[in-house]
Design a protein around this ligand. Structure first.
Ligand code: B3K
Ligand code: ZN
Length: 900
């Protein structure tokens, strides 16, 4: 396996103008006739044509209708004797492949009797020989031929221009895509499917047909996806002036899919998880995810498809930007400022629990990587979520209107092109010449080139004599693999100052600025560009409490020595909802870290901490939040949820996963017991009234009542109370929506109630024909809190369940990932059995589906931080995987970097 380097990019030696593909679909032997028109690229020195291929059987090659000589270089097809000159020539390639044996789910494969394709990043080469790179954009005409009874629906990109019957019960459909595209956006689908349809009219009056294709029994679960699609079309037009450019836009759902979904031009293919929803089978989170993934794939139509990536190093050009767009879409749909803040907090929580560890671990890479072995390993939270933060900073630095202008310029310049991250930032900057982004452009671009999470250290000093508050902000960034020295970033710090006694927002007046305090705002953005800068705020009667990095204005860690009293003030009064939540998290985190470090605090014979860990002030503050009528339920639920074990672990140099788990459990138990009356009130006050709706307010109420029930069951386990587990079981039985039902089931399972086993059995019986619900059933058990090492044996049993299959990625994830990646307390066993299990599964999965295996391989990314004996056991497990000679490039790259 060799590393591909960004600096080695060269333009293609040939262009492909058009492609005419004819498929004779057969699960065991699909015939693919590929007729292309190519031209030499006049800007590149003459050289042989080297076409990518993977797992193909080559039958014939014709150049301008004549047989020709060719050779193979590895899996590439090399043609040397091509016509000279710049005239286009015809190349015809005939190959066959075997979709039924394609367990990688890349290229053309079969899922439950239906054909699907997945081509991004490099799957098209598994369908035919091609220049499989995103900067080669061609026009596609596709003819599909298949048995009519078995494959009544035949779909590909663009418009259906012809269809009809063939001999022997076969039929055909011919599709023409009016837009040029890179081959990674090619798609076909063939099978027994039905569609929900919706006709819409655009702002400018054009008609479009929207379709959501699913298996016949699933039509009743497509309404939410269709609504989300209609909202997406309207939103992109309203906010960015970007219309739907196709007569027909299709979404197709499959239950076998490596990722969430794929933005193929006009024919998006989705994991069923992000399409199918009914109140009986999907949770509020599922509904929200469907909205955002449908939006995300639709928004790619412009950011990704109309303007695509020059090479895969530029992946964040489309992914970071499109995540930013889907986040904004969800926020705009959520409506109220409070609902926007909740969405922001959820997004930041993902960034901090998944991306920060990635950026500090062996797989750390810049938003625009410099090299990769397997590109599939770089569909990461860094490319997606940190990439979105980098776009968000640009948005905030030029303002909402300025950003819209920048987007407009980006499309004026680059529509129909394959471009780079630099091209994007340049367009945003050029449209906003007076903005701080443009002023610091070269330095800002370090967000694309330097990996690692910067830390901002803040120290304040108040001087009573001058009534000034000096705030010093210093930035640093730890080395990452291959980057030992980091230059300062451009860090927009949104900040405010708060009165320490009243909690009031104070006017911000910097030294040297005019003294009309009436004009002074209470929140502003300081752009930190130096390693260290000091700001002096004037006209202050007392030492204020600084509220920094409001709204998480940059993807950085803020180091600041708040007193508990200051954090309590922020929690109670900060006008910035994000920092209000953050203050509560900091208090909890500090408590957890102290308890973890405190040698005097031991785990008692019960396997639990017998000490009280939480300070009375913290409990009181949490009580005030719960009781505060001015706060939304969704926000309360976020504040009352303790930082995750993964996030706590990230703050420590040496990680004892068992101790972290025990401390967090003890904190939860204390919160459960000391707020019992308030949990009861929260449960009572947040019951559903009326019909189900997944809107932010109703789902926030369900989230809070679900947490309350969970806490009440935890308390009950401690006190011996049987009422609340009984109520939870009752709720589980009678709930009419999956959110309430699953929350009740979770409360029983997580509190170790004896009602959990019968509830689980009943749940399975009720939903045995609903694969997405059965995934939840598996995931809940594999993610359950460990009691004396009982989870691993349970996971092994789940794998032996007749419903389990390693070949289905959703199912594999629901059991194996839920255990290895989402259940640290159960996975990090001191007997290393969790790690041995992990290495067995990585190896086993690698033979089936390298992409999924490589994701699992990352579960031990942070092994170097582990304390003894976990550290050496983890290294041994990784080495065991690495010792396997025939690993995929995917897994090989991950374990090699982990051991480096
Ligand atoms: N672009 C696809 C990801 C494809 C991943 C291939 N390994 C989904 C998305 O980001 O919209
Ligand atoms: Zn995407």
């Amino acid at each position: 396996a060799i590393a591909i380097r960004r600096e080695d990019y060269t333009a293609p030696a040939y262009w492909i103008d058009s492609v005419e593909l004819t498929f004779d679909l057969d699960p065991n032997k699909t015939r693919v006739l590929n007729r292309m028109v190519l031209r030499r690229n006049p800007d590149v020195a003459a050289q042989p044509l080297k076409l990518d291929g993977d797992d193909l059987n080559l039958a014939r090659v014709l150049v301008n209708g004549q047989g020709t000589s060719f050779k193979m270089e590895g899996s590439r097809l090399v043609l040397e004797n091509l016509p000279e000159g710049s005239e286009p020539f015809a190349l015809e390639i005939f190959t066959t492949c075997c979709p039924a044996k394609n367990t990688q789910l890349m290229g053309l494969y079969v899922s439950q009797g239906t054909f699907f394709t997945q081509c991004e990043a490099e799957g098209f080469r598994r369908i035919t020989y091609f220049l499989d790179r995103p900067d080669v954009m061609a026009s596609y005409t596709v003819t599909l031929r298949a048995d009519k009874a078995q494959y009544p629906v035949l779909l590909s990109n663009g418009n259906l221009v012809d269809s009809g019957v063939l001999e022997d019960g076969r039929h055909f459909a011919k599709w023409v895509d009016p837009h040029k595209k890179p081959c990674y956006l090619f798609a076909l689908v063939a099978g027994k499917l039905v569609a929900r349809e919706q006709k819409i009219k655009s702002r400018s009056g054009t008609d479009h047909l929207l379709q959501v294709y699913v298996r016949p029994g699933d039509l009743g679960k497509t309404e939410h996806a269709m609504n989300s699609l209609m909202y997406s079309v309207a939103w992109d037009e309203a906010r960015f002036g970007l219309p739907l450019d196709l007569e027909r836009f299709m979404i197709v759902a499959t239950s076998d899919f490596n990722m969430g979904a794929m933005e193929n031009k006009g024919l998006n293919i989705f994991n069923t998880k992000y399409v199918l929803a009914s109140e009986a089978t999907a949770t509020d989170t599922d509904f929200a995810n469907i909205e955002s993934v449908v939006g995300h794939e639709y928004f790619h139509n412009w950011t990704g498809n109309r303007v695509t990536c020059r090479d895969w190093f530029q992946l964040s050009l489309k992914e970071g930007l499109t995540v930013f767009r889907d986040q904004e879409f969800s926020m705009d749909l959520a409506g109220s400022p409070s609902a926007r803040a909740v969405k922001r907090i959820e997004d930041v929580r993902v960034l901090r629990t998944a991306q920060f560890p990635e950026d500090a671990g062996p797989m750390a890479h810049p938003v625009r990587p410099d090299s990769y072995v397997e590109i599939n390993n770089f569909y990461t939270v860094t490319i997606y979520e940190k990439g979105a933060e980098v776009v968000r900073m640009q948005h905030n630095l030029v303002g909402r209107e300025g950003f819209a202008k920048g987007m407009k310029l980006y499309f004026e310049r680059h529509d129909g092109q394959a471009v780079t991250c630099d091209d994007f930032v340049q367009a945003i900057a050029d449209a906003n010449p007076a903005s701080p982004l443009t002023q610091h452009l070269a330095q800002f671009k370090r967000w694309y080139s330097q990996a690692g999470t910067p830390r901002v250290r803040a120290t304040g000093r108040y001087d009573a004599a001058t009534r000034c508050y000096a705030l010093t902000l210093s930035q640093s960034c730890a080395p990452t693999p291959g980057q030992s020295e980091k230059q300062p970033f451009v860090i927009p710090v949104e900040l405010g100052l708060i009165d320490a006694t009243t909690g009031a927002a104070l006017p911000l007046q910097l030294a040297g600025e005019g003294s009309e305090s009436a004009n002074a705002t209470t929140s502003r953005v300081i752009v930190l560009t130096e390693a260290s800068q000091t700001l002096t705020f004037t006209n202050l009667d007392a030492e204020p409490v600084p509220s920094l990095l409001r709204g998480f204005s940059a993807p950085a860690v803020l180091d600041i020595d708040y007193t508990d009293a200051q954090l309590l003030t922020l929690l109670a009064h900060d006008a910035d909802a994000f920092n209000r939540w953050e203050a509560g998290q900091r208090l909890a985190l500090r408590t957890a870290i102290n308890a973890i470090a405190d040698g005097a605090m031991g785990i008692g014979a019960s396997g639990q901490f017998d000490h009280q860990i939480l300070a009375a002030e913290f409990v009181d503050a949490m009580r005030s939040v719960l009781r505060n009528p001015a706060l939304d339920a969704a926000f309360k639920e976020l504040v009352l949820t303790l930082p995750s074990e993964t996030y706590i672990a990230e703050q420590l140099d040496v990680v004892d996963p068992q101790r972290i788990h025990a401390v967090r459990e003890a904190m939860r138990e204390q919160l459960a017991l000391s707020l019992q009356a308030d949990w009861e009130a929260a449960w009572e006050q947040n019951q559903d009234t009326g019909g189900y709706s997944p809107d932010p307010v109703s789902s926030g109420r369900r989230a809070l009542s679900g947490l309350a029930l969970h806490m009440l069951c935890i308390a009950a386990q401690k006190t011996g109370d049987v009422v609340w587990p009984g109520k939870a079981y009752q709720r589980f039985k009678v709930a009419t929506n999956m959110t309430d039902r699953f929350n009740a089931l979770t409360a029983l399972v997580a509190s170790g109630s004896e009602l959990a086993p019968p509830a689980l059995a009943r749940f399975h019986a009720l939903f045995k024909d609903e694969p997405l619900v059965i995934d939840k059933w598996f995931a809940l058990q594999a993610g359950a809190p460990d009691r004396g090492g009982n989870v691993l044996p349970a996971v092994r049993q789940l794998m032996a369940h007749p419903d389990f299959s390693l070949k289905n990625p959703n199912r594999a994830r629901s059991v194996i990932f839920s255990y290895c990646s989402a259940n640290p307390g159960a996975f990090h066993r001191s007997d290393a059995a969790g790690y041995v299990f992990w290495s067995d599964r990585v190896i086993e999965l690698d033979a089936i589906n390298p992409q999924v295996a490589a994701r699992l391989a990352r579960a031990l990314d942070r092994w170097k931080k582990l304390a003894a004996p976990w550290r050496s056991a983890a290294r041994e497990a990784i080495a065991r995987v690495a010792a396997k000679p025939d690993l995929s490039n995917d897994v090989r790259e991950v374990v090699t970097r982990a051991l480096a």
